[in-house]
Each structure stands twice: as structure tokens, then as C-alpha cells.
Ligand binder design. Structure first.
Ligand code: EZ4
Ligand code: CO
Length: 402
């Protein structure tokens, strides 16, 4: 089998998505998600200018070798742009192989370890009462796990709270929107919010929260400790984890489970976090973490330290990634939970999806391959439109982590 061509499809049905389509001489093609939120065109360039010319002519069956060609073979390795491109290639090759063997992808990853995938939804509100009410709505819709973010009194734009009356969407049109931040108000408010959530909804619902990199190690330790009575499923990104050692401090002070890694792109970003058992869930998703080939190894490595997966799954990851993630989630033993932010309906006009939600879980059908297809005619109706993630400043203007 030979790769005869590959192309990159950029489309913006409400938000930008980048999709790699790889063609073979046997008429089978594969799809890979290449979306890196707010950096879409950098990945397009890396794929078009450097990867695709070298990909053409290779045998798509040799996934492991092709992965190493683009990873080990590149002198300038790692980094989110490079690794998103590698991920897209890898995902497309697994799609081709599974289609060629006429079987759903999970069968090539060891088969099913479970029948369904536990997911968590996003609730947010402008203040505590609205946040509690919106959490209740999701529980009524059947969700068994909910990530809860809330506006904070005195903070003009807290992370994760929708600015319009739409579902929360991280990127905004044009250059970055500037949010404001105040850590001390946040630290005061969040334990009260979760106390109220537990008092309202009881102990069975899984509650999650994303700090979004905004605490210092000691602030994070305080928050994790004060949230202990609320028994979170996890506390996400309590600190910005460029410095893996900073997680030791949080662990020293609290039993709240920790999830980290949506901005990581190789296993080398979390070797200390795993071997010292400083985290409980690893969030690095297929689309930014080197695809299925690298995540199989990274998840296996994590499994030896009893760290489970909890893949990033926001709306800026395309349905191609979501479906691939679901195959992976079904297959690996150390699956923990899957983030699930529902795409706007217009996204599902462009992408034909093969998964559905029922009573807290996602189910995927037996379509061969990853099982998602793209309608290129529809995709062309929605041209690329520049968008960026926000930036964040403290009240005195100091640049901060978003
Ligand atoms: O900021 O998807 O857990 N989810 C998140 C998301 C991320 C965006 C980045 O593109 O933190 O809101
Ligand atoms: Co997050």
C-alpha cells in the first residue's frame, strides 16, 4: 500500500478546525485532527511545507516507523505545533489501517475493556446561584460528572464562564480578548461554591474543577486542602506545570485528586509527575500528544504508576479527535474519564459523527476506522476566520496565566 497524496482541510463552522486527509493507492483514505486552538495556520504550514511532501510514497501500514520518521527524524522535535502535525498523521494512518482491516479502531488497540465511556460536561454561571442551577440542568440531562466553573464577585472575567448566552467556547474572534484575574477572591469563593453544590446535589454526582494554571504551588495546596470535604473527582491544572516539581507541594498537603496535561505534547512533559505519583489523571489528548501511537505508550507508562487517563475534549478538538479518543477510552485499562463539550449543530453538518450520549456515557458505533467523515463541500462553505484564546492580567495590569 502507498500514500499517494495528502491535503489539509481548514474550516470554520462557528470555530476553526484543521483536518488532515491522507489518500492511498487502494482508494482508502484516513482522517486526522490537526486543530491547535488559535494556532491553526502554524500547523497547516508544518504539515503542508514539511510533512506531506515526505509522507507521499510511504507505506501507510508502517505506522510506528512513520511516527518515528516525523518525531525522532526531526532535529527540531516536540512542541505543540510539531506534535499536533505528528498526531494528525498518526491518527490518519490508524484510520486507514482499521478501514483496510474493515474493523473499528478499538479492535486494533486491544479491543474493548468496557462498553461505554464515562464523560463529564461543563457547567458555568455568572455567580453561585446560576452556576448551581446550570449544574442541576446537566444532572437532569443525565450527566454523572460535571466540571463546574463560576464567575467570581469582583473579578470581571473568570475562566470558563461564557460571555454570551451561548455554550462556553474558549476562543474569540480576532486578537486575544483581555480578561482580569484576582486569585485571593477566587480562593475564597471556590470552596464555598463546592460546599453548596454538595449540599444541593448530594454525594453521588462527580464534581470537577479547572483552576486553569492560575495558582502558585502554595495557593494550589491551600485550595486542594480546603476542597477536600467536597470530594472532587479531580482538581485540574492547579498550577502551570512547566515546573513539574511544584506539584510535590500540593501532594504534601492534600488528598484531592489532581489532573494535569492538556497543554502537554509528549511523555517527557510528565515523567516526574507520573513516577513520583504527583497526579492522578493525565489529560494530554491524542490530537496534541503525538496521536494514538504515542498515547498508547504514555498511557501504558502512566498505568504502571496507577495514573489514569482523562483526555482533554473541549470544543476546539474536532469530532475526528473525539471519536479517536473514544476508541482509545474503550480500549485501555487505565481509562478514567473523558471530557465532553458538545459541538454546535453546524459542526455536525461538516463532520458526520458516529458517537452519541446516553445517561452519562458516550457510545461509539462499529463503523470501520475512526468512523468520522468530513463533507468537504460543507467545509468549504465556512472559510477560516482568525480567532485567539484570551490573555489574562491581574487587576494592576500584570500579565498572568490564562
Ligand atoms: O482552555 O480548550 O479543560 N478544558 C480547558 C479548555 C481549554 C481550551 C484551550 O483551547 O481548559 O477550556
Ligand atoms: Co483545562
Amino acid at each position: 500500500m502507498k500514500i499517494t497524496d495528502a491535503k489539509v482541510i481548514v474550516t470554520c463552522p462557528g470555530r476553526n478546525f484543521v483536518t488532515l486527509k491522507v489518500y492511498t493507492n487502494e482508494g482508502i483514505y484516513g482522517l486526522g485532527d490537526a486543530t491547535l486552538n488559535g494556532r491553526e495556520k502554524s500547523v497547516v504550514s508544518y504539515l503542508e511545507d514539511h510533512c506531506i511532501p515526505a509522507l507521499i510514497g510511504k507505506d501507510p501500514d508502517n505506522i510506528e516507523d512513520i511516527w518515528h520518521y516525523f518525531y525522532k527524524g526531526a532535529y527540531w522535535k516536540r512542541g505543540p505545533v510539531t506534535m499536533t502535525a505528528v498526531s494528525a498523521i498518526d491518527m490518519a494512518l490508524w484510520d486507514i489501517k482499521a478501514k483496510k482491516l474493515n474493523t473499528p479502531l478499538f479492535n486494533l488497540l486491544g479491543g474493548k475493556s468496557r462498553d461505554r465511556v464515562l464523560v463529564y460536561a461543563h457547567a458555568s454561571g455568572k455567580e453561585m446561584n446560576e452556576t448551581v442551577e446550570r449544574t442541576g440542568k446537566l444532572i437532569d440531562e443525565g450527566y454523572q460528572a460535571v466540571r463546574v466553573q463560576s464567575g467570581i464577585p469582583g473579578v470581571s472575567h473568570a475562566y470558563g464562564v461564557t460571555r454570551e448566552e451561548k455554550r462556553y467556547e474558549p476562543a474569540g474572534k480576532g486578537i486575544p480578548f483581555e480578561e482580569q484575574w484576582n486569585t485571593s477572591r477566587y480562593l475564597q469563593y471556590i470552596p464555598e461554591l463546592f460546599e453548596k453544590l454538595r449540599a444541593t446535589f448530594g454525594n453521588e454526582i462527580h464534581l470537577l474543577h479547572d483552576v486553569h494554571h492560575r495558582c502558585s504551588p502554595m495557593e494550589a495546596a491551600r485550595l486542594a486542602k480546603e476542597l477536600e470535604p467536597s470530594h472532587l473527582f479531580w482538581l485540574e491544572d492547579p498550577v502551570s506545570a512547566e515546573l513539574q516539581e511544584s506539584l510535590r507541594l500540593i501532594r504534601m498537603h492534600s488528598t484531592t485528586p489532581i489532573a494535569i496535561g492538556e497543554v502537554f505534547n509528549t511523555v517527557y512533559d510528565f515523567t516526574t509527575l507520573v513516577t513520583e505519583q504527583l497526579i492522578d489523571y493525565i489529560r494530554m489528548p491524542l490530537v496534541h500528544g503525538g496521536g494514538i501511537t504515542h498515547l498508547l505508550k504514555a498511557a501504558a507508562f502512566a498505568s504502571f504508576y496507577h495514573v489514569r487517563t482523562g483526555f482533554h475534549g473541549a470544543t476546539d478538538l474536532s469530532p475526528v479527535n473525539m471519536a479517536a479518543a473514544l476508541h482509545f477510552d474503550l480500549a485501555v485499562n487505565n481509562f478514567g474519564i473523558q471530557e465532553y463539550m458538545v459541538h454546535e449543530n453546524v459542526v455536525n453538518e461538516v463532520f458526520r459523527i458516529n458517537y452519541h450520549f446516553e445517561k452519562g456515557y458516550l457510545y461509539i458505533d462499529n463503523t470501520p476506522g475512526i468512523g468520522v467523515d468530513i463533507d468537504e463541500g460543507k467545509a468549504a462553505k465556512y472559510p477560516y476566520s482568525m480567532a485567539s484564546l484570551p490573555v489574562s492580567r491581574k487587576e494592576d495590569g500584570t500579565m498572568f496565566y490564562w
